[in-house]
Design a protein around this ligand. Structure first.
Ligand code: HEC
Length: 220
């Protein structure tokens, strides 16, 4: 960002110098500075990946906070069954809003997805399998970046693990943890639901954020 602003500020002043036809020759230092500022933004690959990792953390964090706040409010106001209805209508629009704000694609995907729209692509499937394996081995999962489309898109992913109680009301054991009314609502809204039977500590899915390289560079 900083560099772009400098570019915008210095270029017009160059025009002024030329347009006014000033007799005074521009000193060497000023010229050097102008040249430096007008150079196309060159970014090294390691810096780009480091930035994308931080930015992906930030975007997934924002989407997660928005979802959890809405979920908790919906449960408090309408109970878990009512909240299922609310999630059905609001979960995707909430993540879409965060995506639009940052000009990226934000998804939550799972090997056992509830909403068919949250099924993983082939690439996402292999990342989910790797995260699931680590989780089963008791190893912590680190976020990951994969290059897609010849590196034009950077795919940031981050594991979503079931922390405990709250989630099990709708993703736990259908006989003991999910209330009958909630289960009925889940089956009504999601006839092909695969997202029950989870235990605390298990991998539930992952954030998948496709960041165009140019958007990352623009925001650096
Ligand atoms: C009130 C019930 C409810 C609770 C509680 C709940 N979820 Fe969900 N969850 C849903 C519904 C409904 C969907 C499908 C949303 C949609 O249509 O996009 C869903 C979808 C998801 C997805 C997207 C993948 C998929 O299966 O479609 C993830 C990941 C997820 N939930 C994780 C969690 C986690 C982690 C918690 C606990 C912090 C949690 N959920 C708590 C109802 C719930």
């Amino acid at each position: 960002m900083k560099k772009i602003y400098r570019f915008l500020l210095i270029v017009p002043s160059l025009f002024v110098l030329i347009a006014c036809g000033s007799e005074k020759s521009v000193d060497r230092e000023t010229f050097k500075e102008i040249q430096k500022a007008t150079e196309i933004k060159k970014v090294n690959e390691a810096e780009l990946l480091e930035f994308t990792m931080k930015w992906g953390d930030q975007i997934s964090g924002e989407a997660q906070t928005a979802l959890i706040e809405t979920l908790q409010k919906a449960i408090a106001e309408n109970g878990a069954a009512g909240a299922v209805e609310f999630c059905h209508a609001e979960a995707l629009p909430i993540t879409q809003k965060v995506a639009d704000k940052h000009q990226v694609v934000v998804k939550r995907v799972s090997l056992k997805n509830r909403n068919p729209a949250n099924a993983p692509s082939e690439m996402e499937k292999s990342l989910l399998e790797a995260y699931a394996y680590n989780t089963e081995q008791g190893e912590a999962n680190q976020p990951n970046i994969q290059k897609l489309e010849d590196g034009e898109v950077l795919l940031y992913t981050k594991a979503i693990v079931i922390p405990g109680g709250l989630c099990l009301q709708c993703h736990g054991d259908p006989n003991t943890e999910i209330e009958a009314a909630t289960l009925a609502k889940i089956n009504e809204k999601y006839p092909g639901d695969k997202a029950t039977g989870y235990k605390a500590g298990e991998l539930r899915g992952m954030w998948s954020i496709a960041i165009p390289r140019k958007e990352a560079i623009r925001n650096m």
